[in-house]
Design a protein around this ligand. Structure first.
Ligand code: ADP
Ligand code: MG
Ligand code: MG
Length: 252
């Protein structure tokens, strides 16, 4: 589904990603871990097509198409979903209206008919149950005054509504208490299918008790320096990143 080869990216002339290689197949969950400042959010942002980042080398194909050649809107329509580390507030736009537009744009792109108000509301109710979302939030402006936990639930709710092929969750666990963490994880797990894939970016192992990854990758200094099965996350929890840093820094 997603193939990243030798990806290099810079921000304001500073190289951040320095040769990322990653293959993700449908049905898989990949966790990306690593110390702060390693480039995890940069990788997520580059995949979503945020414009501040300049790709300087390498290639990314998504479902056989050149992802880097697409603008962010087309990437979203193709099924790439990025849940931001800091979800934005959009004053004056209700969550419902925002989502109805987004969902219908995606449906149009996929050749499906637009949902009318009634059908849209029933889809919303079904998906809100998945994340135990308070219905009152839907009439408020998008994310405005939402608590940290409510924003995170809202992200997973949006993901449920849009049914992306590739979901990228960037530190969706930060700031969540254990109950919210379980709800969010449960939502992600229920949305998992053989046709979609998820990249979970997290600094801590905790989330991976609930969202069990097929593969764990450690990003450090802009490169994936170690990959393994889910046990790697436990190893990191126990031993930290120092042994990996020492390996990499010692070798360079
Ligand atoms: P992570 O998500 O792994 O903590 P980031 O991708 O956020 O790491 O950041 C990687 C590096 O890029 C860090 O050294 C950070 O300081 C730098 N960086 C991120 N955003 C900017 C920016 N807008 N301008 C300059 N440097 C940035
Ligand atoms: Mg960070
Ligand atoms: Mg980050």
């Amino acid at each position: 589904m997603l193939s990243i080869k030798n990806l290099h990216a810079s921000i304001e002339g500073t190289p951040i990603l320095k040769g990322i290689n990653l293959e993700i197949k449908a049905g898989e969950i990949h966790a990306i871990m690593g110390p702060n400042g390693s480039g995890k959010s940069t990788l997520a942002s580059v995949l979503a097509g945020r414009e501040e980042y300049e790709v300087t080398d390498g290639e990314v194909t998504f479902k056989g198409k050149d992802l880097l050649d697409m603008n962010p809107e087309d990437r979203a329509r193709e099924g790439v979903f990025l849940a931001f580390q800091y979800p934005v507030e959009i004053p004056g736009v209700s969550t419902t209206n925002f989502l109805r537009t987004a969902v219908n744009q995606v449906r149009e792109y996929r050749g499906q008919e637009a949902l009318d108000a009634v059908k849209f509301l029933s889809l919303m109710k079904e998906k809100m149950k998945l994340v135990e979302m308070d219905q009152k939030l839907m009439s408020r402006a998008l994310n405005e005054g939402f608590s940290g936990g409510e924003k995170k639930r809202n992200e997973i709710f949006q993901m449920a509504m849009l049914e992306p092929t590739l979901s990228i969750l960037d530190e969706t666990d930060s700031g969540l208490d254990i109950d919210a963490l379980k709800v969010v994880s449960n939502g992600v797990n229920q949305l998992k299918s053989k046709d979609n894939a998820t990249i979970v970016v997290t600094h801590y192992q905790r989330l991976l008790d609930y969202i069990v990854p097929d593969y764990v990758h450690v990003l450090y200094k802009g490169r994936i320096v170690k990959s393994g099965a889910k046990e790697l996350a436990l190893d990191l929890e126990e031993n930290g990143y120092d042994w990996i840093k020492a390996d990499v820094d010692g070798a360079s």
